[in-house]
Design a binder for this molecule. Structure first.
Ligand code: DGY
Length: 323
């Protein structure tokens, strides 16, 4: 029997690529360079399954290409705001994603950024490397305490709750959260966390604000100039969700004017082309979208895609079907 043709748009952990190659007729992206819109369209015409990832843009203009062979987009990533889901649905394309396996590693990066921002970690590293450090003194690089401070989480899904557990049980932090629907279930039992009625209420009461909502039109610039103005001047903003949840121009202005103390960012509007205004600021810590970047997590993400493809090609119920 001929094996289904599968395309991976980027390199994956070698162990998962090898497993996929045993089951399918797999094409790897040997150079690991992002595919153009035309290459993605050609992929949709030539493969039974295309496995994109979070940096591949799949708008309606790409998805509506004629003579598609592809039936399933096995997305390597939990976020799928880079795919026009409505267009995919209209085109009869199934989308799967990889929830659950990147929860702890992403929450770890959010906690890393919180600590870096609070304790001026990146700035300290730059000072030492620059050769400008003149030695310890009582007033050098004083910063903010994390232990016992209040953390506000916007969005309260798996990753936010994992961060809440680490912050509360590891650092004695008080936890507030906002999520749009009070009815949606909370996954972690007995986690002492209080729900705020509005984002505004949360912003004005917290020392650290961490974003955990999905990207997309509904959350674009959720954190704008007006909302940044509600944060305490001593507060820090952490974003491991999606770049366009925050208005970068407004954030740069707030950091420059020190109306907030700092920010820790793992994601950017139009990444990897981030606003150059961030580069000259000392009170922002910048990471290159590292949330899920551990060997174990990236392997588990690949295995999830593999399991979803397996279910699809053996006509079983899909495990992580988005549409
Ligand atoms: C995802 O899976 O959506 C993450 O952003 C990748 O780290």
């Amino acid at each position: 029997m001929t094996k289904p043709k599968v395309l991976l748009t980027r390199r994956w952990p070698a162990s998962v690529e090898a497993k996929l190659q045993q089951r399918y007729d797999v094409t790897l992206n040997e150079t690991d360079t992002p595919l153009t819109a035309q290459q993605l369209q050609a992929a949709l015409q030539q493969y039974d399954a295309v496995c994109p990832t979070v940096c591949d843009s799949l708008p309606a203009a790409v998805l509506t290409v004629e003579n598609k062979r592809c039936k399933i987009l096995g997305n390597f990533g939990v976020g799928y705001n880079h795919i026009d889901v409505v267009a995919a649905q209209q085109q009869g394309l199934i989308i799967t994603n990889t929830p659950g396996v990147l929860t702890e590693s992403t929450a770890d990066i959010a906690m890393t950024l919180l600590l870096m921002s609070a304790r001026r970690g990146a700035e300290g590293d730059r000072l030492v490397r620059s050769g400008q450090w003149t030695g310890w003194c009582p007033t050098q690089m004083m910063s903010s305490d994390v232990t016992g401070a209040t953390l506000g989480l916007i969005g309260f899904g798996r990753i936010a709750q994992a961060m809440a557990r680490k912050a509360h049980y590891g650092f004695g932090m008080k936890i507030l959260y906002f999520k749009p629907s009070p009815a949606a279930p909370i996954l972690t039992e007995n986690l002492p966390a209080a729900r705020c009625d509005s984002i505004e209420q949360l912003l004005s009461q917290t020392d650290f604000v961490s974003l955990h909502c999905p990207g997309g039109v509904e959350t674009k610039h959720l954190i704008n100039a007006q909302r940044l103005a509600l944060m305490k001047p001593t507060a820090h903003l952490i974003n491991t969700a999606r770049g366009d949840v925050v208005d970068s121009v407004a954030l740069i202005a707030a950091l420059k004017a020190r109306t907030i103390a700092g920010a820790g960012l793992d994601v950017y509007e139009n990444e990897p082309q981030l606003d150059s205004g961030f580069l000259t600021l000392d009170n922002v810590s910048l990471l290159p979208h590292l949330g899920s970047a551990t060997i174990a997590t990236r392997t588990a993400m690949g295995e999830k895609v593999l399991a979803n493809l397996e279910a699809f090609f053996t006509r079983q119920t899909l495990i992580d079907r988005v549409v």
